[in-house]
Write a protein of this length. Structure first.
Length: 258
């Protein structure tokens, strides 16, 4: 048996796409409540021996939580913008860390239906928020975290038209992440340049993306998404990717390792 505490739960917003999500934790929250219920259809018959019978119909969900009124906080700003802009915001209401196997929760695009500011005389200003699933390209789903997986997002800039990514030292926050022992199972590259960007296995200590020696060409101002599980594990002799483009060309990367 195991018990999870409310302080261990996590609320995330998706800063990426549905296919290649970039889950960013919203830490400026407390007292999160996920309400799940269904409608009911009356299916009572004489055979029920005097008992009323019901059958679940459409599922309904809502999330309520409190936030500090902090206009410098990115999570607060995202919720505020969704409310005043009447736009959807994709959230994941998880019972644990997104990268921990076994964590689960509701993933959906939500509409912010309540943004109620409270101004007590001797307390900090807070806001009570309610969100509900809204019309979107993807239906709500009960999701399980990708246990043991790590999703990393970062930007790259070429120098004199060339660059290199070391999968044992992937840019991560203010430092790097060592992917040794893991495989690249998903890759998304957005090319910010006016010319194509070519990603290849390095001549020495190169890494085969998805088990292929073929280079990946990202069109000018375009993007590519690749996925598969046939690649090798990252190691000291299998770690480098080379980039070729123009001058200081930039690109945005999201890599999923497992």
């Amino acid at each position: 048996m195991s018990v999870k505490l409310g302080m261990e739960a996590k609320l995330y917003r998706n800063a990426g796409t549905y296919e290649a999500p970039d889950w960013v934790e919203i830490t400026n929250v407390k007292d999160v409540t996920l309400t799940l219920e269904t409608g009911e259809a009356d299916v009572t018959t004489r055979a029920n021996n005097g008992w009323k019978a019901s059958k679940a119909t459409l599922k309904d969900g809502s999330v309520e939580f409190e936030m500090m009124w902090d206009t410098q906080d990115e999570g607060f700003s995202a919720i505020q913008a969704a409310f005043f802009g009447n736009t959807g915001i994709e959230l994941a209401v998880m019972d644990g860390d997104m990268e921990t196997e076994g964590s689960e929760g509701l993933r959906a695009t939500f509409s912010v239906t309540k943004f109620d500011r409270k101004e007590p005389l001797e307390e900090a200003i807070t806001v009570s928020v309610s969100v509900k699933p809204t019309y979107a390209a993807h239906a709500p789903e009960w999701m399980s975290a990708e246990g043991g997986s790590v999703r990393l997002s970062f930007d790259m800039a070429l120098e004199a038209g060339a660059g290199e990514i070391d999968l044992t030292a992937i840019p991560y926050g203010e430092g790097t992440y060592d992917g040794t022992g893991k495989k690249v199972v998903e890759l998304r590259i957005a090319n910010g340049g006016a010319n194509a960007l070519t990603v290849s296995k390095a001549v020495s200590d190169g890494y085969d993306l998805f088990g292929s020696n073929d280079p990946v060409v990202v069109p000018a101002s375009g993007s590519v998404r690749l996925a598969g599980s046939s690649g090798a594990a990252i190691a000291a002799d299998k770690k480098l990717l080379t980039l070729a483009g123009t001058l200081t060309q930039t690109s945005s990367w999201t890599i999923l390792l497992t």
